[in-house]
Design a protein around this ligand. Structure first.
Ligand code: DX5
Ligand code: ZN
Length: 221
């Protein structure tokens, strides 16, 4: 049986003053992961949230907290995010000169380890890490902000990564992040993704959070 597609609402587009309630709402509506975007103002131009916010969210959901670190030298913060209740920690390959060491640090904490690539970073840059990661996060926008348009050249990259993983028998999940809506979600899944991150289309849609998530679910079912 083919795995059910997982939906990972990105809280970057939530109302931060009502974060707990909105995390509970997406949980009730059928989300699979809660995606948490951490930005440092260096690797990406924006600053978002840190480990204390992750700890505040933790009691509001039983779902895995999927922490996406868009920060320089992420090794410095892995302990903090592990202690705050993260389940998955994803680092950017562009920030990790020793990806094996970083993956090991995450796994030593008992967490799942992910590696992410910006749209302009070649897939070959993560090839050596593929046997060791639980998740590969392909960016479909340049990271830093919610609400950007999906970059269509992402689709052939997802297809190519799917082929590499299948051919080599690696179990890493392919997650895609940025500009996902109910109009393009089906294509992203067809290309081979199994986890879809969505911020604006869930938290900022006209129909509300629950409907936004359900529309996305229908689009991939
Ligand atoms: C972008 C973040 C994304 C973002 C997705 O830097 O990594 O997770 O919040 O938001 P949308 O779905 O609005 O593109
Ligand atoms: Zn993200």
């Amino acid at each position: 049986m083919e795995d059910r597609v997982k939906l990972a609402p990105s809280i970057l587009s939530a109302d931060f003053a009502r974060l707990g309630e909105q995390v509970a709402e997406v949980t009730r509506a059928g989300a699979d992961y809660i995606h948490i975007d951490v930005m440092d103002g260096h690797f990406v131009p924006n600053i978002s949230i840190g480990a204390p916010v992750v700890a505040s969210i933790r009691p509001w959901t039983g779902l895995p907290l999927d922490v996406h670190l868009m920060i320089e030298r992420p090794d410095r913060y892995i302990s903090d995010f592990a202690a705050s209740g993260a389940d998955i920690i994803t680092v950017h390959i562009e920030t990790c000169p020793d990806i094996h060491g970083t993956i090991e640090t995450i796994k030593d904490k008992g967490l799942r380890a992910g590696v992410s690539l910006n749209p302009a970073t070649p897939l070959s840059s993560i090839e050596e890490g593929l046997p060791y990661v639980d998740l590969v996060l392909i960016m479909s926008v340049n990271p830093g902000f919610g609400g950007q348009a999906f970059i269509p050249e992402t689709l052939p990259r997802v297809t190519q990564l799917r082929e590499i993983l299948d051919r080599r028998g690696f179990a890493a999940e392919i997650e895609v992040d940025g500009g996902i809506t109910s109009s393009n979600a089906g294509d992203v899944v067809k290309a081979g993704a199994r986890v879809l991150v969505a911020g604006s289309s869930i938290f900022r849609g006209k129909t509300g959070i629950t409907r936004g998530l359900r529309e996305l679910r229908e689009a991939v079912s």
